[in-house]
Design a protein around this ligand. Structure first.
Ligand code: NAG
Ligand code: NAG
Ligand code: NAG
Ligand code: NAG
Ligand code: NAG
Ligand code: NAG
Ligand code: NAG
Ligand code: NAG
Length: 754
């Protein structure tokens, strides 16, 4: 025991020394709990690994500061803005105060707020709800990673329809009238709120203003919200806590990806107490420490976990005999001369058996044990066989459920046209059992893996799970898609229906995405001529037009630069379609990407061709201006563009790299086209076919053709960007976008050579 203690303490000192070295502090750091570390601030308890004070008072990353506020001293995360409300060690959670985003009578159509944390904190999915209060608010929340600036998942809702003078509102009911809520995806540490002006978007009357002037949104602790009518009609919600609400964050020691890995490196293992236990973090890589069963206290401190004396808490640990505390648990035995289960009241009985009876019982019991052991062995073998069969049967069930039979029959009738139904095992092998290292894209519609099947590299997309009612639609769409043979559309080779979610196998396109090309252009590392821009736009429009014109039209639903792949020679290939049928209508939250998403769609949640046209209009704007869909001024590119068109100041918005007198006529025409694509409501937008024809005409104009595209040398690089958008695309940060950052990791130097 003593030895164990010593070992734990020295281990701890080693890890402290390590931490101090990291912090580049020469002097020996004070151990946690030393006189120079505060254990409380402003009435909030601060348990280690959190700490306030010199280096060593906290585990790296868990430092807090105690600062003066209007309410006296309060603890803050690091040196940041988030005030800490409280910490819970056992579940690795903390509550912080989050600012409510508000949208009052701003003139801009859309505004955006970003809330982001650094490690070790993540937004809690289970503890929070994205809550929107107002009578005219369409609010979208996008979650992502603050480090790589990528918005990965999106959801949102509309709080509208308060009725005349708030007549439709009801206390406690947050279901659309004046209030709406939606959940976020887990594992991320940043979110963005985008508000859109309901009245301008939907041209509804300004009567709403009689009800409320502002809309509010925040990610907040679910349990601390209960809707009241007055929230929608006044500023009561905002004012209740000075514009703040509690939000739950999940923390963990994120040094190692899980317990197994952490325990390999004892020097930095944070569960230093004897009788502590490691728990994998549920909010991402990392782990938290708990005290082992039967112990309580602080597992992050040497000897922090103390034995619970269960005998002193008979209410929690009932015992109806002799109670004896043992480290980690307790014994509860019947008094001498009785036997039975002392944990049950009145179950201790006087012993009446003679020794002869006992021997007899022993013999019979022994025989029974042998018999059961034999039977058990047989059962186990039988079960193994059954399990194997069940697995096979399940694959078969999934196949049926996803319409596999239907697909086979349709292929029989219509010929299979090079479409392959892949076996489950082949997909598993090709992706190395869906190894994370194979992931090349993640988005609202699914995850994309890079894989090699029969020596050919392919992209495998794992769709969302399929709804029974969608089976027919999905299969019909597959049959149509596999026949699509268009230069500008990524080829669908086949699918596998034997998993819980359908897998689609696509042609693999090696090079870049339009998103990356735009980023290179924005950072002036590469010059893309007007001619090339218009050609890429025309080719993409052509692809969308083709999808829209199929016998059963296919709407893309997530049109954005990251979904337009570029091959060598910058030929555009549209990707990331095929799973949209599955999502449609079965999802209550919008999919798509903020900045590109059609406001019309947010009301109906039903995909139409004109939704794609709108998103394409935004891409056209990006190509003409080299600006991001959202600027630093929190204004959308769309509204800036529409203002500029109205005021005749378009030239100021354009990318100076493509503006000259000769091409201005063409640019003007392209801008008019973009403007038509962005009209709300969408009924008067041109069709994709018209857009494509017009763009092709513009791309071939003499004024444009006179400047040849500087030669391109494309280096070998990984396939990135399906379904991804970079956060910096939204907001004009100068940071490299996440999409580009990802490929940079894989290949040391990727650039278009001039
Ligand atoms: C606490 O800080 C003071 C100076 O700030 C220093 O003199 C003292 O040694 C420190 N105490 C410990 C236990 O580190
Ligand atoms: C909340 O808003 C206040 C006032 O604008 C600001 O000082 C504070 O830093 C913000 N807090 C967070 C967490 O962003
Ligand atoms: C909001 O609009 C109302 C009327 O349209 C106006 O009286 C008020 O000053 C505006 N408030 C702000 C903060 O702009
Ligand atoms: C929305 O647009 C209308 C009409 O342009 C404007 O009067 C109103 O102030 C805007 N609402 C918000 C919340 O900005
Ligand atoms: C809004 O609707 C009114 C009729 O309700 C119509 O006159 C007006 O032109 C519409 N505005 C826009 C921008 O569509
Ligand atoms: C607001 O409501 C009042 C009655 O409560 C009405 O007289 C007034 O016309 C309304 N204003 C608008 C802009 O609808
Ligand atoms: C994290 O790991 C590094 C080495 O990989 C180590 O130096 C550091 O002390 C660790 N931090 C924590 C909080 O354990
Ligand atoms: C933590 O996760 C790893 C990897 O998934 C797993 O091998 C390990 O058993 C888990 N440990 C605990 C304590 O759950």
């Amino acid at each position: 025991m003593q030895l164990q203690k010593l070992a734990a303490i020295s281990l701890f000192l080693v890890s402290l020394g390590h931490a101090a070295l990291l912090a580049a502090v020469g002097a020996l750091a004070p151990p946690p709990g030393s006189s120079n570390c505060s254990t409380a601030c402003g009435g909030v308890d601060i348990p280690y690994p959190f700490g306030i004070g010199p280096a060593g008072c906290a585990l790296p990353g868990f430092e807090l500061t105690c600062r003066d506020t209007n309410n006296g001293k309060k603890p803050f995360l690091g040196h940041g803005h988030f005030e800490l409300a409280d910490v819970s060690l056992p579940d690795g959670q903390a509550r912080v105060w989050n600012n409510i985003s508000s949208y009052c009578n701003d003139t801009s159509q859309t505004i955006m707020d970003v809330v982001s944390f650094a490690d070790p904190y993540r937004l809690s999915q289970a503890g929070n709800t994205f809550t929107v209060v107002g009578c005219q608010a369409v609010a979208i929340v996008g979650v992502g990673d603050s480090a790589d600036n990528i918005v990965r998942f999106l959801s949102g809702c509309a709080a509208t329809n308060c009725g005349q003078r708030g007549g439709r509102l009801a206390d406690g009911a947050c279901s659309g009238a004046g209030c709406c809520q939606t959940t976020i995806t887990k594992g991320f540490n940043a979110y963005q709120v985008v508000f859109q002006n309901y009245s301008t978007v939907f041209n509804s009357s300004n009567d709403i203003y009689n009800v409320s002037r502002c809309s509010y949104a925040a990610l907040m602790e679910s349990s601390s919200f209960s809707f009241r009518k007055s929230y929608a009609t006044s500023s009561e919600f905002f004012d209740a806590d000075g514009g703040r609400v509690p939000m739950v964050v999940e923390w963990a020691v994120r040094n190692a990806s899980n317990c197994l890995e952490a325990q390999k490196n004892r020097d930095s293992y944070a569960c230093v107490s004897i009788n502590s236990a490691c728990v994998n973090s549920s909010s991402g890589p990392g782990y938290i420490c708990n005290c082992a069963k039967g112990f309580e206290g602080n597992p992050y401190l040497p000897n922090g976990c103390l034995d619970i004396d269960e005998c002193k808490e008979p209410k929690k640990y009932p015992c109806y005999g002799n109670c004896k505390n043992i480290p980690g648990h307790f014994d509860c035995t019947c008094p001498k001369g009785t036997r039975g289960n002392a944990f049950v009241e009145g179950a201790c009985q006087k012993i009446i058996l003679t020794s002869g009876v006992r021997i007899a019982i022993g013999v019979v019991a022994g025989a029974l044990v042998a018999l059961f052991g034999f039977l058990g062995w047989g059962v186990i073998r039988y079960k193994q066989r059954i399990k194997k069969q069940a697995l096979l049967r399940q694959a078969d069930e999934y196949f049926q459920q996803h319409g596999g039979q239907l697909l086979l029959e349709m292929m029989k009738v219509e010929g299979n046209a090079g479409f392959t139904l892949y076996e489950k095992e082949r997909i598993k092998t090709a992706t190395n059992n869906f190894n994370k290292a194979h992931i090349i894209g993640e988005g609202g519609q699914g995850t994309v893996y890079r894989a090699v099947i029969d020596g050919t590299t392919v992209a495998i997309k794992r769709c969302k799970e399929i709804n029974e009612s969608k089976k027919m639609d999905f299969v019909q769409e597959l049959v149509i898609l596999c026949r699509v043979n268009h230069t500008n559309i990524v080829r669908l080779w086949g699918c596998c229906l034997q998993f819980e979610a359908p897998m689609l196998v696509y042609e693999f396109v090696q090079n870049k995405t339009l998103q990356e090309l735009l980023d290179l252009q924005r950072s002036k590392r590469f010059h893309v001529t007007l001619g090339t821009r218009l050609r890429i736009a025309a080719e993409s429009a052509d692809a969308f037009a083709h999808l829209h014109s199929l016998p059963r039209p296919i709407f893309h639903g997530d049109v954005k630069p990251a979904n337009i792949l570029l091959t060598e020679g910058l030929l555009a290939k549209v990707s990331d379609f095929g799973c949209s049928t599955i999502d449609e209508k079965t999802q209550v939250v919008p999919k798509g990407t903020p900045g590109y998403i059609d406001p019309d769609y947010l009301l109906e949640y039903q995909l139409t061709a004109s939704n794609d046209v709108y998103s394409f209009g935004v891409i056209l704007l990006e190509l003409l201006t080299s600006r991001r869909p959202f600027s630093k001024e929190r204004k959308s590119l769309t509204s800036m563009f529409q203002e500029a068109m109205a005021n005749g100041t378009l030239v100021e918005l354009l990318d100076s790299d493509i503006v000259d007198e000769a091409s201005m006529r063409v640019i003007q025409q392209a801008a008019v086209l973009a403007n038509q694509c962005l009209v709300v409501p969408g009924t008067t937008r041109p069709t994709m076919m018209i857009v494509a024809t017009e763009l092709r005409r513009l791309a071939l104009a003499d004024e444009v053709q006179q400047y040849p595209q500087p030669p391109l040398v494309l280096e070998d690089l990984s396939f990135t960007g399906i379904g991804r958008t970079s956060m910096s695309t939204w907001y004009g940060g100068s940071k490299t976008s996440g999409v580009y950052g990802l490929s940079k990791k894989a290949v040391p130097s990727i650039e278009f050579a001039r």
